[in-house]
Design a protein around this ligand. Sequence first.
Ligand code: ZN
Ligand code: ZN
Length: 350
Amino acid sequence: MWLPFFSSWISVGVYVLFLFLVSSTLYNFFCAMFIGPGYVPHGWQPENVSDCRYLQYCTLCNGYKSPRAHHCRKCKRCVMKMDHHCPWINNCCGHHNHAKFTLFLISAVCGCILSSVLLFIGLYRAFRINWYFLYGDHQYIVYLTVYQLAFTVFSFGLALGVVLAVGGLFYVQMKQIIRNETSIENWIVIKAVSRPRTDDDVFIYPYNLGWWKNIKQVFWEPQGNGLTDWPVVQGCHPYTLTIEQIIQKEDKKARKKQYTIVQSYNGSWFPISKGFRTCLSPPCSDEYRIPLTVGDKVYVTRWRKRWLYGEKCSTNEAEDCDSKGWFPRCCAVEFTTTDGEVTKVSKKLS
Ligand SMILES: [Zn+2]
Ligand SMILES: [Zn+2]
């Protein structure tokens, strides 16, 4: 109403820009969804077999995890340069679709900024209709019916919500692209830096080639096969990060504690039967919740006040774990192993 299509060149420009941003959002969204991140082939191992010692083995894909790859439980595959599993594209964001995913975010944010401005000015003119009627340009009076007003306010709210939420995600993505880190690698680096080490053993993140090269690697020159040919900074081993991951995993194994389940749990996200406090303080994560039955053994690796994270084991063997996830702390009691014997050391936690 206040900016009709043919009123000026500016309005034509605004319409063209808006259509471009909508098309770009949809195009990049569907590309990110259908191109997918790229998967590590089943049963994969590096060309040089002796390099296998630097890599973790994925028992679910029956192959080695290439550098930067991680197993996604939702995709049920090892994903190349996995960033995260995105429920909006129902796929992982990884090596092949990282650029498309980021372009989708920025297109959506810019489109919604433009919408917010157009809608806000429309609303402002509608509320000040009398002023515009008396002193303004009579050609472009904005008059909204109750339904039009409701839809305009609703659309303005949605557009603003996207700007804030998706804009935040875009900011985080760009920060990581500039450092050539994925969200998962960011965690590994934080743990690597805080891990106790000797003076001459300094951790250097191997993929940070400088901000411009890092951006180019994602948007213009996606690297080779996405498996082993990642360029690394001088002085780093091609497997620096995977070696660090193996050490961190060993550390985690050394820290884990065995618990036995004394109350069954159905895997619910809000288990009201386990008490209000447990129900109201769930872990802020979309990681799995594991259903458990009385007598199950769980190796716990993370502790919260009312929740524990661990691996459920089908036998007494620590390696034979079949599922990982969170469960309410009140369902378990802790054990320690002394000379091969399992001794109960703590009373039931409440
Ligand atoms: Zn896998
Ligand atoms: Zn996934």
